[in-house]
Design a protein around this ligand. Structure first.
Ligand code: ZN
Length: 247
């Protein structure tokens, strides 16, 4: 189902600012625009923050972005003490770009980890300083240094990252595209967004609504900070920025 808000970030993750018209308020304080560059929290990636600017230059801080009651319309949540703009007004939406760019680098890193560590995914959370991906791994075969080296090979190869859309029927015909055991890709609109890495998506292709960098080298230096045991066949991998600390 399409919401009232056009998700401009789905076609261009690099829109740090965007002009948009305020359609209405949802609940007491939620702002619903005709379009937005602010990502709504979903699929393990947190909602965007930043501020919106009124025509007379007033800035209203945005503390979170999430889906509304219909689970499709994007609702931007102003910080508690901010005075609200009025429906009909045109505002400029300014992302906290430094934070979002880290989330984009981390989200792409999480997809690369599913290539470096090709096991079923049981959960994931993207964070600006640390991300985690949970895998179903039968034995404790995972080595931090080895997985980090494989990840950095993928980063340094500078593979292109791009999106394309397929129909529900195409996804049904290619069930191997879904790497996540427990989380089903969002359906209902008749089409599903794929995030592809490498020429023709040969390095990795999986359903994802998140925001990603354009080339894997933008991820920069990352490492596996920790591998934890979570249950008998579950391993939690933590990805952090920077080089692998000497142990
Ligand atoms: Zn993703």
């Amino acid at each position: 189902m399409a919401g009232e808000t056009e998700a401009a970030y789905a076609d261009d993750a690099y829109l740090s600012t965007l002009e948009a018209r305020l359609l209405r308020l949802e609940g007491e304080r939620g702002l619903v625009f005709d379009r937005t560059n602010f990502y709504a929290s979903s699929g393990g990636q947190p909602g965007d923050t930043g501020f919106v600017e009124t025509e007379d230059g007033r800035q209203i801080a945005i503390a979170d972005t999430r889906y509304g009651e219909d689970r499709a319309t994007i609702v931007m949540m102003p910080a508690e003490d901010e005075a609200l703009p009025s429906p009909g007004e045109t505002l400029v939406l300014h992302l906290d770009w430094a934070r979002r760019y880290k989330l984009m680098r981390m989200h792409t890193a999480c997809h690369l980890l599913t290539v470096a560590c090709p096991y079923p995914v049981t959960g994931a959370a993207v964070g600006e300083d640390e991300s985690r991906v949970d895998f179903d791994i039968p034995e404790a075969a995972a080595d931090k240094a080895e997985i980090t080296a494989r990840l950095m090979d993928l980063v340094e190869a500078n593979h292109p990252v791009f999106t394309r859309w397929i129909t529900d029927a195409e996804l049904d015909a290619n069930p191997d595209l879904v790497k996540s055991k427990n989380v089903k890709p969002p359906r209902g609109g008749g089409r599903i967004r794929l995030v592809c890495i490498g020429d023709d998506g040969t390095v990795d292709t999986q359903p994802c609504g998140g925001t990603h960098v354009q080339e894997t080298s933008e991820v920069g230096e990352i490492h596996i900070g920790k591998i934890e045991k979570k249950g008998k066949e579950n391993r939690r991998f933590r990805i952090r920025f920077g080089p692998l600390p000497a142990s």
